[in-house]
Design a protein around this ligand. Sequence first.
Ligand code: MN
Length: 245
Amino acid sequence: MAAKKRAKPRTAKKSKPKSVTAKASGKTGSKPAARASAPPKLGEYRRKRDFSKTAEPEGGTAARTGTLRFVVQKHAARQIHFDLRLELDGVMKSWAVPKGPSLDPSVKRLAMQVEDHPIEYNTFEGTIPHGEYGGGTVMLWDRGTYIADPAMAAGASDEAAVQAGYDRGDLKVILHGERMRGSWVLVRTRFGPGRSSAKPSWLLIKHRDAFALPGSDIVADAMTSVESGRTMEEITAQPPPAAAS
Ligand code: MN
């Protein structure tokens, strides 16, 4: 919306709200058509990865089960962090939590939203090759199912309540994980700082309930995979399963 007001002769049709400037994909021809079979929400996830090099799943085939799943992955990329993923609308909404979750209700943990991940990512544990996006070791640190906090549901279906809370930026959930249980909230604090492509920042906070543990440090206490029992070092040392060549 700058000075040139009449510079768009052929954009009559409705275009996407986000400006995807000149991301010339290889496909020539018309507008960026939706790839068949690729949930549009996974576009960013797929653009960032080369699936001939990483063992991460391309995704897009997992069916909904009627139950909402969540996972937390400990990820030793350039900086170690925890990735919280909540199933919603057929994908895993994802947040990078630098310090990881805390069971202490007085602790607010920054959770930076990242691109949606495929549901298939929920079983990924291993290493991403160095030099690739997110290169480093990934551990399945927690997993389970979740529901909307009844305080938020108000008669709506569970996923509708989750969606509404997500849209509102005040998402209250009950987690049924191995390490994260009970009532939690994700509160959106701001949209991307400056850069238009940046995603919102949120805070992850444990509510006071029977599963709260004031003064605890679950991230320091729980150092192994809920899937394999391995430490980060053990996962790193394990050669990737069946080198695909
Ligand atoms: Mn990560």
